[in-house]
Design a protein around this ligand. Structure first.
Ligand code: 5GP
Ligand code: ZN
Length: 113
């Protein structure tokens, strides 16, 4: 755990978030500033800052991030209508939180930028 990482603190229960899924190595919670009718963030409990560090995660955890994203989309009712899974990586993508996270966005048309 990184001591000043907001998402590490959310995963540890030290900062409140509207949790939608919790398991041993992955958690998911509503984005505090939802940009779509459904907007959930899926994160590994282990702190990795970005995709360049994804090899630090066990393979099963990297895979689980994708599986959980799909499971949550189904539970939120957007599995059939469709949804976007997005990772903002680095400055041009506007990455704000340097703890790897997948945005699951749905409930409206999610076009390419
Ligand atoms: P990114 O780093 O991919 O650009 O976006 C980080 C996302 O985290 C943003 O969509 C922002 O609204 C969300 N976020 C930032 N701080 C918090 C927080 O304390 N709680 C929750 N639930 N979401 C947060
Ligand atoms: Zn972290």
């Amino acid at each position: 755990m990184e001591s000043d990482c907001i998402f590490c603190k959310i995963a540890a229960g030290e900062i409140e978030a509207e949790m939608v899924h919790e398991e041993e190595e992955v958690v998911a919670f509503k984005d505090i500033n939802g940009r779509a009718p459904e907007h959930v963030l899926v994160i590994p409990r282990q702190h990795v800052p970005n995709l360049e560090a994804v090899a630090q995660l066990p393979d099963r955890v990297a895979k689980r991030l994708l599986e959980v994203s799909s499971e949550i989309a189904g539970r939120l009712g957007v599995g059939a209508s469709g949804y976007a899974v997005r990772i903002n990586n680095g400055p041009d993508a506007g990455q704000e939180i340097f703890h790897l996270h997948l945005h699951v966005l749905g409930g409206r048309k999610m076009g390419m930028p």
